[in-house]
Design a protein around this ligand. Structure first.
Ligand SMILES: Nc1ncnc2c1ncn2[C@@H]1O[C@H](COP(=O)(O)OP(=O)(O)O)[C@@H](O)[C@H]1O
Ligand SMILES: [Mg+2]
Length: 252
């Protein structure tokens, strides 16, 4: 069957074969497939189904029909629409509910994060616009579960807020087509409300700062890995540092 290279991707990307997607594996892939199988058993619709491995050793996943951001810059207007914040927050709430009773195998290897323990969940950890699928005019789910791993729910929520409010450096979000900076405190609270965040917004903002700092440190610490080395070279860690500077006077 024909292979179609799919647009977008920050690491190896993906190809489409019929109703399936094929992706390069890592040592974390078996743990990710256990997670995706759990989501399937729960009837959770917003994630690909795990379909094993092909003859070339690639992972096989179900293809999520719909529109993606791909390599477009600026991002399409729906990414920044206020209603999208509600859809992303509701997706995350439903995902956190579906994953709450998932107990990973003690041998599970995750790309990010240490060992799972009670009180932690397996977060998506990369639920940003570049990993989202939209169908029939609304958010349908997220692909690219490679960074899934043990975290607190608020750590996962913090990255979603960073990505969708958005709270990245001004120069970064302007290039992505976001300019309504005055709306950000309201957008932040709207996302938290739709998720059902029980704490104060300022507490979650502190978690966002911690998450951004850890993200930059993680890239620098793993710079010998070709993928992270390339991210470092492309200035990703430096832009995360800039995000922290820009966030210093952000109030919610
Ligand atoms: N399960 C999927 N269903 C539909 N499209 C997908 C799926 N997985 C990946 N894609 C498409 O392939 C592109 C690259 O995939 P991704 O898994 O994000 O790669 P990377 O790991 O390099 O970031 C995405 O932009 C998206 O268009
Ligand atoms: Mg991706």
């Amino acid at each position: 069957m024909d292979e179609e290279r799919l647009d977008g991707g920050n690491t190896h990307g993906a190809v489409r074969v019929g109703d399936t997607v094929r992706r390069v594996t890592g040592e974390w892939t078996p743990a990710v497939h256990d997670l995706l199988a759990h989501l399937e058993s729960k009837g959770f619709p917003g994630a690909p189904r795990p379909l094993g491995f092909d003859g070339e050793g690639r992972e096989v996943l179900s293809y999520l029909e719909g529109e993606t951001v791909g390599s477009a810059k600026p991002w399409p207007a729906w990414v920044h629409a206020a209603g999208t914040l509600d859809e992303v927050a509701r997706w995350l709430r439903a995902y956190h509910d579906a994953v709450a009773d998932f107990v990973p195998s003690p041998e599970a290897v995750w790309r990010q994060g240490g060992r799972w323990a009670p009180g932690l969940i397996i977060g998506h950890n990369d639920a940003a616009p570049y990993n989202a699928v939209r169908r029939d005019g609304r958010l349908a789910g997220f692909f690219d579960w490679d960074f899934a791993g043990p975290v607190t729910p608020e750590w996962d929520l913090a990255f979603v807020a960073f990505s969708w409010v958005p709270l990245h450096a001004r120069s970064v979000v302007v290039a992505e087509g976001f300019t309504d900076f005055a709306a950000r405190p309201l957008r932040f609270r709207r996302l938290l409300d739709a998720y059902g965040w029980a704490g104060r917004p300022a507490e979650l903002l502190d978690v966002v700062r911690g998450r951004v700092k850890a993200h930059a440190e993680g890239i620098r610490e793993r710079a010998d890995d070709p993928i992270f080395g390339r991210l470092l070279q492309q200035g990703v860690a430096a832009r995360l540092d800039q995000a922290l500077v820009d966030l210093a006077d952000f109030r919610v």
